[in-house]
Design a protein around this ligand. Structure first.
Ligand code: BMA
Length: 821
């Protein structure tokens, strides 16, 4: 046992003083600009006004010369140490193909955005001034030559990706464009650059594992290293102030060593809404080097037992099954420099404010930086993590490519092992389905399925060997291991992507035809707020079918689908701004229909993750947070339909009934009093009675049923609930017919903003006629306690400020919107 272990003093960050210039540019003019690290090239060029804003109108394709060119980034640094000592240069997340040299000596090559590289410096390091150069190759050209060199065709999802063959690169696949993303193909250094002096070994990775038993947790910390000489060294760990250590003997070559200790009476980490989120600081040290992590203690299981329907799909945390409510995460910005911790914190905070407890990091994006997972752990957000493969076929018959994947999987699994938010590792996004999408793979399914299985096997094997205690799921969607069936339509087992409503233009009601075990993707598009639209358009572009609005819609026919759906549910809007508002209500209704139905299917259904939480640029998309983080209306609806305790009305058309269900995702049973009313369009409110019901935690319950006659032809059903002590309250509506089938009256709505006695801002909203989807201040930076709700005469509503966001957009004036007849 040692009492004093000093972490290293031998790291020198080299993030300062970088510049970048074009080489072999597709444009004649040479360009040279400062290059802030971490950061991307487009952002650096934009900061110096060399390029126009990539998000403005249709600027995108005029910037293709950037990814078609080569670039040289360089910095100079002074080194005061002894160059004879062994040193490595560590790069985290270089995007993507690059040659690194120090003082004109090539020290290594980067080939993957998803790998950390540690380059030994040998004799290249000098005392005094050193010149470090990263020569970025053109990723687009590298993709093309890798494709040409491959012995047979490996198609990519060409209807999403404007830039071809990026399936040959280990780079975020959406960088080539996606059905919501601009195709900029950014490049840069997104992590850090560090010079590290090493002594007898290089410390590479830390794997944290935990074994839970009654009243105690055994924590295992395994370091992976490469040693350069035989030595006996002290391996020490500091866990929340408690130090353990051991002597380890290392031999030249790669190796690992472990330390264990026991935590008695552990304070467990829980997903949001289930308990606390205690985190501990952990530092592991050896030979003057160290790795630090914030870790948490929890046990994760994926329940896939057989039941009468098929196979279950549920997450069990610390022995408790938890219904997952959440959304899919894509990279925070198409310009990586803008994905700052502050911007990401805002997005993830919005997720928990909408009562989410899980996000899925989608496989066409990227592994995030450590602070991202710390943040999710702090917020109690469970993370379903795809490995980074999506919607393509992949060249897994190439051993070099597969080796890059193997290294990537090991590094990432170890790096993320201690974060308690980590709940699932999933092989990929939609690779099983993709085998059926391309002519080549339809013709020769055997070949492409075998190649897929090589890739999937490598990922599974990595999880099994590292055994971080985080379950593996082969793909999303997947009916189950070694089942290459249709995860888009089979609702008996596995996770499901249910896209028939958006991609096949079915009615929202069609969501009620399936009962997924876990729906990990489904979504409906809307336009971003007028404020965001104004940020990328000229006034002449502000029309749903203008060419610029088409550029900012990446799913072919998407804008027409939005408009056509609006016409199915609502009377046609009079203006562009109303179209934008209605598109968001349409999206809200779609998600409300799906999520309420699937939540009341608990425990058959145990999770709903809609597509998609955020946007990478200003675009019409399935997101609930628009570019910049503002809340679309669906996000306010999500705050209600994701509430841990929910009462929902569902149609039983064959019996002419509306059936009321209640579901409770909190850890304790709850007794609810539910009050029902019929609200006529003219303002008459009729009581339909009150019910008291106990709602358990493990399944939804049926509360009551009402006939359509009881509700009445020109009325909607409005209901509200309250727990005995008033701690839980909520309200909801059910529209027996589509909104356009009602004659909506024109309300006069008064909004009064005032400061309360304790200095808070409060907004009072009053109406003389029933008003629906009433929205105060749509698209602003102030987030409200509630919004986009039913406002009834004689029942004023009081909104408080939930949070004041900060935004890059000019402020907007507060206005009230509502559904027009
Ligand atoms: C899903 C995703 C993405 C896509 C979305 C919308 O299947 O996995 O590939 O953006 O559909 O089409």
């Amino acid at each position: 046992m040692i009492t004093q272990v000093s972490p290293l003093t031998t790291e020198q960050p080299l993030n300062e003083g970088w510049s970048i210039s074009s080489l072999a540019s597709a444009q004649d003019a040479r360009v040279s600009v400062p290059f802030p690290i971490p950061g991307d090239l487009h952002s650096a060029l934009l900061a110096e006004e060399i390029i126009a804003d990539p998000y403005w109108r249709d600027t995108e394709t005029s910037l293709d010369w950037i990814h078609e060119s080569e670039w040289r980034a360089e910095t100079r640094f002074t080194f005061d140490g002894d160059p004879a000592d062994p040193h490595v240069l560590t790069f985290t997340h270089v995007d993507c193909q690059a040659i690194v040299s120090l003082n004109e000596v090539e020290i290594g090559r980067c080939e993957s955005q998803f790998l950390r590289y540690d380059f030994p410096l040998g004799s290249a390091l000098k005392k005094g001034e050193n010149r470090l150069v990263v020569r970025f190759l053109s990723n687009s050209r590298a993709a093309l030559s890798a494709c040409k060199a491959f012995p047979f065709a490996v198609p990519y999802i060409f209807w999403n990706c404007r830039l071809p063959h990026y399936n040959f690169l280990r780079k975020a696949q959406c960088h080539a464009g996606w059905d919501w993303n601009i195709a900029l193909s950014p490049l840069g250094i997104y992590g850090g650059v560090t010079l590290r002096r090493i002594n007898k070994l290089r410390l590479d990775d830390l794997l944290v594992r935990q074994h839970h038993e009654e009243g105690r947790v055994l924590v295992d910390m395994t370091i992976h290293y490469e040693a350069f000489e035989p030595a006996e060294l002290t391996l020490a760990a500091n866990f929340d102030g408690r130090v353990v250590s051991d002597l380890v003997t290392v031999w030249p070559g790669k190796g690992y060593a472990s330390l264990q200790f026991e935590v008695t009476k552990p304070r467990l980490w829980w997903p949001r809404g289930q308990g606390e989120q205690p985190l501990y600081d952990l530092t592991v040290m050896i030979d003057g080097l160290s790795i630090s992590r914030r870790v948490g203690l929890r046990k994760v299981e994926l329940v896939t037992d057989q039941d009468s329907v098929g196979k279950r799909f549920a997450f069990r945390i610390n022995g408790r099954e938890i219904f997952a409510r959440g959304a899919n995460w894509i990279p925070a910005d198409a310009l990586p420099s803008r994905a700052t911790p502050e911007a990401v914190r805002d997005l993830l905070t919005s997720a928990v404010e909408a009562n989410m407890n899980m996000i899925r990091i989608w496989g066409g994006g990227q592994y995030e930086e450590d602070w991202f997972y710390e943040l999710c752990s702090e917020l109690g957000l469970m993370v379903w993590h795809d490995f980074m493969f999506a919607c393509n076929l992949y060249p897994a018959a190439d051993h070099h490519w597969l080796d890059l994947v193997r290294r990537e999987a090991r590094q990432q699994v170890r790096r993320l092992s201690g974060y308690p938010c980590m709940t699932l590792w999933c092989g990929d996004n939609e690779l099983v389905g993709a085998i059926n999408w391309f002519e080549e793979s339809k013709r020769d399914r055997d070949r492409y399925l075998a190649m897929y299985e090589r890739l999937n096997f490598v990922l599974e094997e990595c999880l099994l060997e590292e055994a971080p205690g985080i379950p593996f799921w082969p793909s999303s969607p997947s009916v189950g291991p070694f089942n290459f069936g249709d995860g888009w339509h089979d609702d008996t087992a596995g996770d499901m992507h249910f896209w028939d409503v958006w991609h096949s233009a079915k009615d929202f009601e069609h969501y009620r035809t399936v009962s997924p075990r876990f729906c990990s993707e489904f979504g409906f598009q809307s336009f971003p707020s007028m404020r965001v639209i104004e940020s990328f358009t000229e006034p002449e572009d502000r029309n749903v079918s203008s060419p610029v609005m088409d550029v900012h819609q990446r799913n072919e026919g998407g804008n027409s689908r939005i408009v056509e759906t609006i016409a199915r549910y609502f009377r046609f809007p009079d203006s562009f701004a109303e179209m934008v508002y209605l598109s968001q209500i349409g999206q809200g209704l779609a998600m409300k229909t799906a999520i309420e139905f699937w939540r009341i299917n608990k425990p058959r259904t145990m999770g709903t993750l809609y597509w998609q939480l955020n946007d990478t640029w200003p675009v019409a998309s399935w997101s609930s947070l628009e570019y910049g983080g503002g809340w679309k209306l669906v996000h306010y609806l999500a705050r209600r339909f994701n509430a841990p305790v929910l009462v929902s009305a569902q149609p039983a058309p064959d019996e002419g009934l509306v059936i009321i269900h209640a579901v409770n995702d909190t850890p304790e049973p709850v007794a609810l009093t539910i009050r029902f009313e019929a609200v006529g369009m003219s303002g008459a409110i009729r009581s339909l009675g009150e019910f008291v019901i106990d709602v358990p935690t493990d399944r939804s319950v049926e509360v009551a049923s009402l006939t359509l006659e009881e509700i009445g032809a020109d009325a909607i059903l409005h209901f509200s609930w309250r727990s005995a002590n008033g701690a839980i309250t909520g309200e909801n509506d059910y529209w027996p017919k589509r909104p356009k089938d009602y004659r909506l009256e024109t309300p006069v709505i008064e909004a009064t903003e005032r400061t309360t006695a304790n200095g808070d801002t409060e907004i009072e909203l009053r109406t003389d006629k029933p008003a629906f989807f009433v929205t105060y201040h749509h698209g602003g930076d102030r987030l409200y306690s509630d919004n986009c709700f039913t406002l009834l005469p004689g029942r004023p509503r009081h909104l408080t400020i939930l949070r004041q966001r900060r935004s890059h957009l000019p402020p907007i004036t507060a206005e009230v919107d509502y559904l027009k007849g």
